[in-house]
Design a protein around this ligand. Structure first.
Ligand code: DGJ
Length: 378
């Protein structure tokens, strides 16, 4: 049997999720996912925007040997969520040696794009680490474009809300946080002091750390930036200005001291649901679920929503986004990344439907293969 013939049989077997026209008609979580050019999709830690009949998937371009940004943020488009066309690089890094905040070799993670009706602009938020500084800068970056495909123009990057205390701390709590000493942090009550705001007080002047993140646009058009702050110990929810370009100075601490990363949010029947991970670097850990009726809190924790093989490590993946399916009531897709730090470009995607138990609590049930028609034929 000729090599080519064998190769065709293997390809046919691998592409069981494709239609006869060669197009995908189902999701196969954890498997290679090719774009319309036949190249594995390169849009990690991503987020999706639906605009004018098309979905746009923005994500980190990853290279073969490094997770640092050598290219920038990729964008793909799709009308059916299965088949994705590469549109190009939405946000490009700046040349090496330019000294620019997004100079080639920096770290750009978890880009999310929202559309602002008032300004008719597309606004990208992302986690930025400056070149050569590891994860110590802990900034967010903002870029803007007139079109969903880009190019996005970098606006600025900084830490969050310098000089401003969260709205959900009392004067007494602020005074107590300010009074925390190194001796307190060296004591066996260190975690209590972290919960009380040790890192918040430390960073108040220069601004709060901002790492893993998402952006959520509420029903009334108000947008929020949700990010891991305070040495990844505490999430912050920061409200954005009407143009979605800046924090407006109102923010809350959420789940203090609980070490949540990788936030992904959706809202059903007036209730906000958030899926996060713990903090174990590139290694997977159990997903966490929390809910709130006010996005600024209180948030209540629920058990790991995953079930099926490897449910205790989120199927080997880490949350990045919960995608509302356009035109389908109460349909959301949980999106997560299976990181491959030894060869970052190979990282895979886990997309699963969000289902709900009898108690109305979201569930993520493993499926080898599934389609929107199977799930949402209602
Ligand atoms: C976990 C985060 O969720 C990822 O985005 C990335 O920052 C890795 N940590 C780096 O170790």
């Amino acid at each position: 049997m000729g090599k080519n013939y064998l190769c065709h049989i293997v390809c046919a077997l691998l592409l069981v999720s494709c239609t006869s026209s060669g197009k995908y008609d189902s999701f196969t979580p954890g498997r290679t996912w090719e774009d319309t050019d036949g190249v594995h999709i390169n849009a990690h830690g991503g987020g999706i925007l639906y605009h004018d009949g098309k979905y746009y998937w923005y994500g980190e371009h990853k290279s073969e040997n490094t997770s640092s940004a050598l290219v920038g943020v990729n964008v793909y488009s799709s009308e059916d969520l299965y088949n994705w066309k590469k549109e190009g690089v939405a946000l490009s890094v700046m040349p090496e040696g330019s000294g620019h905040k997004i100079e080639k070799g920096c770290i750009i993670e978890r880009p999310k794009v929202v559309y602002n009706r008032k300004t008719d602009k597309f606004v990208m938020w992302f986690h930025l680490e400056l070149k050569g500084m590891g994860y110590s800068a802990a900034e967010y970056g903002v870029a803007v474009s007139d079109s969903p495909e880009g190019p996005f123009e970098f606006l600025y990057a900084q830490r969050s809300c310098p000089g401003i205390w969260p709205v959900n701390m009392t004067e007494e709590e602020i005074s107590a946080a300010k009074a925390i000493t190194q001796a307190d942090l060296d004591s066996d009550r260190r975690h209590d002091y972290v919960v009380a705001g040790a890192w918040l007080a430390r960073d108040i002047e220069g601004g709060q750390m901002s790492r893993d993140m998402t952006v959520f646009v509420d029903d009334d058009g108000t947008a929020y930036h949700i990010f891991a702050s305070e040495e990844n110990q505490t999430l912050h929810v920061a409200r954005l200005t009407d143009d979605y370009l800046y924090h407006d100075g109102v923010y809350a601490r959420v789940l203090p001291g609980k070490s949540n990363e990788a936030p992904a949010i959706f809202k059903k029947d007036g209730v906000y649901w958030m899926i996060t991970s713990g903090c174990t670097g590139w290694s997977p850990n159990p997903a966490r679920l929390s809910c709130a009726t006010d996005i600024m809190g209180e948030w209540t924790s629920y058990p790991n929503p995953c079930s099926g093989p490897d449910a205790e490590i989120t199927f080997g993946a880490q949350s990045t986004f919960v995608l509302p399916v356009h035109g389908k009531k109460d349909c959301w897709i949980f999106m997560a990344d299976i990181w491959t730090p030894d060869r970052p470009i190979d990282a895979r995607y886990v997309w699963l439907p969000v289902t709900f138990g009898e108690d109305g609590v979201p569930e993520l049930v493993w499926r080898d293969s599934w389609s929107l028609d199977d799930m949402y034929a209602r």
